[in-house]
Write a protein of this length. Sequence first.
Length: 331
Amino acid sequence: MTSSGTARGADITAAAQISELAAEAARARVTFGEGALVACDRLVRIYRAEGIEVQALQGLDLLIGAGELTAIVGASGSGKSTLMNILAGLDTPTAGSVRVAGHDLAVMSARERLGYRRKVVGFVWQQTSRNLLPYLTARQNVIMPMRLSGVGLRQRGRRADELLGVLGVTDCADRRPDQMSGGEQQRAAIATALANQPNLLLADEPTGELDSATAVDVFGAFQTANAELGVTVLVVTHDPAVSSQVRRTIAIADGRTSTETLRHSSAADDGSMTQHAVEYAVLDRAGRLQLPLDMIEPLGMRDRVRLEAEPDHIGVWPDVQRPAEPEGEQG
Ligand code: ADP
Ligand code: MG
C-alpha cells in the first residue's frame, strides 16, 4: 500500500509538473504581443524569382502599442516596404505570425482581407499619384472609401469635412490633385486613409517626393492625426529630420528589427526642456542581439566577442587577448 501510494504520489507530482509546464508554455504564447495593436513574431518573407531567393524579412519581431506614433528607418533593401505591404494586407508572410488589431494576417480569407483593408488599416504611399484618384476632388476622394463601406450620405460628408479640417486642407476640398501642391496632396491622402476610422495608419516614405520643408510640414499632419484622432501611426522614412521628431524610432537591418531609439524630453533645473535620445538594441526571445555596426567596427569586433556578466550589466569585449596586467606593481 505504501509503495503504490508513493507511485501514485509520484504520478500526481509528474502530472502536476506537466500541467504546470503546459500552462507556462501557454502563458508564453499569449504573453508575446498581448495587448499590442501590431505584433510580428519571427516574420519571414522570402521572394523567389527566376531561381534566385531573396530573404526580405528574416525573422522580424515587432510590437506596437495602440496610440503610438513610430518611425521605421533602414537602408534601402532592408525590408521596410515588405513589412508595410504585409501589414497593409497586400502581401502574406512566408513564415511567422503577424497580428493587427486581433486579425491574424497570415490566415485571412480573401473576404476578411478586403474588410481588413477597408476598415482596419489606412495607407499613404510615397507616390502622391497612388494615393488619390486624379479625376476626383479632395473631398470626393475622402468620401469614396466611406461610400464603398456603406456609410450614410450625411455622415460621410460631415466626416470628410472634419478630416480635411483636422489636416489643414479645407481650402483644397473642391480641387483635384493636379490643382494641389505635393504637400497638400499628401495631407488629403492622409484624410482619405483615415476616412473609415482605421486602427492603424501606415505610410511608406510619404515624404520621399517632397522637399525637406514640406516633408516636415506633412509629417506634422501625421502627428496631428495621431494626437487629435488617436490613430496609431507607423511611418517609414529616410529623413533624419522626420525621425528625430518621434518618440520611438525602429531601425530595420537585413530584414530584422535591429535597434530602437526612444526620445523623451525632461525639464532642466532652469525650466528649459531638453531632449534625450537613448538607443536600444532589440533582444529577441532566444536572447539574440544585434550590435550596431558603428559600435562594433571601431573595436574590431567580429566572429565572436567575449562577455562578462556584471551585477547590473553585461560587458562585451573584442575577442583579443587583452594585454596582461603588469605584475607586482601593486605589491
Ligand atoms: P526597402 O523598402 O527597405 O528598401 P524592400 O522591402 O522593398 O526594402 O526589399 C527588401 C528586399 O527584397 C530587397 O532585396 C528587394 O530587392 C527584395 N524584393 C522586394 N520586393 C521583391 C519582389 N517582388 N520580388 C523579388 N524581390 C523583392
Ligand atoms: Mg521601400
